[in-house]
Design a protein around this ligand. Structure first.
Ligand SMILES: C[S@@+](CC[C@H](N)C(=O)[O-])C[C@H]1O[C@@H](n2cnc3c(N)ncnc32)[C@H](O)[C@@H]1O
Length: 226
């Protein structure tokens, strides 16, 4: 338990005091056992475990997915499969979740956990550069989660927007980028520059309505209205 608390503290960007964060987590849904296992194994074996969505954000992704009850879901940035499994909790029985990652070393790890879940047969992994894979997916989606390389967020938006159904939801992670979006930006900081462009794009594009939530590292919810 102490170990888990430590992981949780590392995992959260501290936009609110730690004791409030703990209260918030304590009064939200518990983390399912399979996701606890996945998280532990990621922290033990995989580089950069802080990339994993984690308990609190994971429960939010699960709840949002249940509210949308999507037929098809698209995820850009699978990592070890944590957020994919959270999003899958809301999928329709005949639906599909397509998740893309460029790192082939994670492929078998993801599959092991997908197959341990109730959603193994509905989750399809795609290995490679998301910008090349998305145009080849002959599907539209009710829920899309962008959580990959920040430099490409504006490109991801342009690539997915016609594949998002009307009333569909776009979720975008790390949009506050540890608060760098409000600080002076260095010339070579391409990630922050792209996120600034992306956040403006979401705010101004007339096809969507957007609310940026100051959760963890910033999570934007956008609904496609036309
Ligand atoms: C922050 S992690 C995703 C975390 C995961 N969504 C979760 O919450 O557990 C970002 C992932 O994006 C992948 N990635 C980076 N650039 C990519 C690209 N161009 N195409 C596809 N995946 C990419 C990385 O390999 C990494 O696994």
């Amino acid at each position: 338990m102490e170990e888990e608390q430590k992981v949780f503290k590392l995992n959260m960007a501290h936009f609110i005091p730690e004791e409030l964060e703990e209260y918030v987590v304590t009064h939200s849904e518990n983390e399912p056992e399979l996701l606890q296992q996945l998280s532990r194994e990621t922290y033990q074996k995989i580089l950069q475990p802080r990339m994993l969505s984690g308990h609190y954000q994971g429960r939010l992704l699960s709840l949002l997915s249940k509210l949308v009850n999507p037929k098809n879901i698209l995820e850009i940035g699978t990592y070890t499969g944590y957020s994919a499994l959270c999003l899958a909790e809301g999928i329709q029985p005949s639906g599909e979740l397509h998740t893309i990652d460029i790192n082939e070393e994670l492929f078998d790890f993801q599959r092991t956990y997908f197959d341990k879940s109730a959603y193994g047969k509905q989750i399809f992994q795609h290995l490679g550069n998301a910008l090349e894979i998305i145009p080849k997916l002959d599907k539209t989606f009710d829920l899309i989660f962008i959580d990959a390389d920040k430099e490409n967020y504006p490109n991801y938006f342009h690539t997915i927007i016609d594949k998002l159904n009307v009333n569909g939801i776009l979720l975008s992670d790390n949009v506050l980028w540890s608060g760098k979006v409000t600080k002076p930006v260095k010339d070579d900081d391409l990630a922050t520059k792209a996120l600034l462009e992306y956040n403006t794009l979401l705010k101004e594009d007339k096809r969507i309505e957007t609310v940026l939530l100051p959760i963890r590292d910033g999570l934007t919810i956008s609904r496609k209205s036309n």
